[in-house]
Design a binder for this molecule. Structure first.
Ligand SMILES: [Zn+2]
Length: 390
């Protein structure tokens, strides 16, 4: 199962070794063993830690550090991948790591074994230029549970590291951030995500005698209209407007002559830094209350672990932006767009930004990366390391 370890600073060779590991969540697939085989000889103290809890599969994770001094830069990522789906529809087998015309194919090529390979190659190269010793400390924080339910991954690995006394100054996460070309976009934050269910109570009755009943359908329609009538805000310096999106309206009534007793509507809000989770919930409830009149309603809020965050532009963001610009010739946009990532957990420990490969083929059939992009991303990471530890 274990892939052969490429004893090299070549990101393409490392990426191919990682892609040959079938590490579909929660399987380790040899991917962490591959990283251990590269990092241990370079002087890293490598820890393989397995987390589990009732009802979930145990998942392996890796934490590796070199150096004891500050500053401490942590390079984060995940080696697990989503399933390949129907392998016969792939042009190249999803775990063969074939290169055709300068393009490397495989599940995880961009999300995100390719970026991990670039980080490892850049770090080994950076260390070799300094006789193997970093000026501060460099760590790899690699989880095997990002694409799944993400309970035995980064959350627990960060807590484990903190319990050991690890202190991080900055984190660079390697998710695919570029929409079209390498150099398009650095992510400096992410919107928060909050799910809820609007529940309207009525009184069940016969459709021919509506005066004896209270139909919750008309009430929920009115509240849905009220909650989507106005934007939640007008955006902020680094964020688009928050958005409340209804995803399902459910009455579940199979009977043609029955007025139902209850109606429900599920929604998701992606929210920006105009709100905290608490102020957001209060705002939505105020708007519902203002429109409700005699409607009997409540909102059931789901537990959420995806709060909004922003890593404000400053020296750390500048280092990354300058490195991207120097290698690609493009000035990347500083963005907070897209879904959530493990950055939502890391931001509780240190400022975190994200820069990786192109996102276009992630999770798709024929996921692939240009080998030229792997070389360029390695140069970018190498520049970031050199500036950060200058
Ligand atoms: Zn990913």
């Amino acid at each position: 199962m274990n892939a052969p370890n490429p004893s090299t600073q070549d990101p393409i060779a490392i990426a191919r070794a990682l892609l040959r590991c079938p590490s579909v969540t929660p399987a380790e697939g040899g991917a962490l063993a591959c990283l251990e085989g590269l990092l241990t000889p370079a002087g890293f103290a490598v820890h393989r830690v397995t987390f589990e809890e009732p009802g979930t599969a145990p998942v392996e994770n890796l934490y590796a550090r070199i150096g004891t001094a500050a500053p401490h830069l942590v390079l984060a990522g995940h080696t697990d991948v989503v399933p390949p789906g129907d392998t016969s529809s792939w042009r190249q087998p999803p775990f063969a790591a074939e290169i055709v015309d300068g393009v490397l194919y495989g599940r995880g090529a961009v999300d995100m074994k390719g970026a991990i390979a670039c980080k490892v190659a850049a770090v080994l190269d950076h260390l070799a230029a300094r006789s193997g010793k970093p000026k501060g400390s460099i760590s790899f924080l690699i989880t095997g549970d990002e694409e799944g339910i993400a309970v035995n991954g980064t959350v627990k690995l960060l807590a484990w590291a903190q319990a050991r006394g690890e202190k991080f100054d900055h984190c660079l996460l390697g998710e695919p951030t570029n929409p079209e070309r390498l150099g398009d976009m650095i992510k400096i934050g992410r919107r928060g995500s909050q799910n809820g269910t609007l529940v309207v109570a009525g009184t069940q009755g016969h459709v021919a005698y509506p005066e004896l009943a209270d139909n919750p359908v008309s009430g929920i329609v009115r509240l849905i209209a009220a909650l989507t009538a106005e934007p939640l805000d007008n955006g902020s310096e680094h964020f688009d407007r928050s958005n409340l999106e209804f995803t399902s309206v459910d009455v579940g009534n199979q009977t043609v002559n029955l007025i139902p007793a209850e109606a429900r509507a599920r929604f998701n809000i992606r929210y920006n830094d105009c709100h905290s989770r608490e102020s957001l919930r209060a705002l939505v409830e105020r708007r519902a209350a203002a429109a409700a009149g005699g409607i009997r309603w409540r909102i059931d809020w789901d537990v959420s672990n995806a709060d909004v965050f922003l890593t404000a532009p400053g020296p750390f963001v500048d280092i990354a932006r300058d490195a991207v610009a120097a290698v690609t010739g493009r000035t990347p946009r500083l963005s907070t767009s897209g879904g959530t990532s493990d950055a939502r957990f890391i931001k509780n420990y240190c400022p975190v930004i994200e820069f990786g490969l192109l996102g276009q083929t992630m999770h798709k059939v024929d996921e692939h990366v240009a080998t030229a992009d792997l070389a360029a991303l390695t140069s970018i990471y190498r520049r970031i390391l050199d500036s950060y530890f200058s």
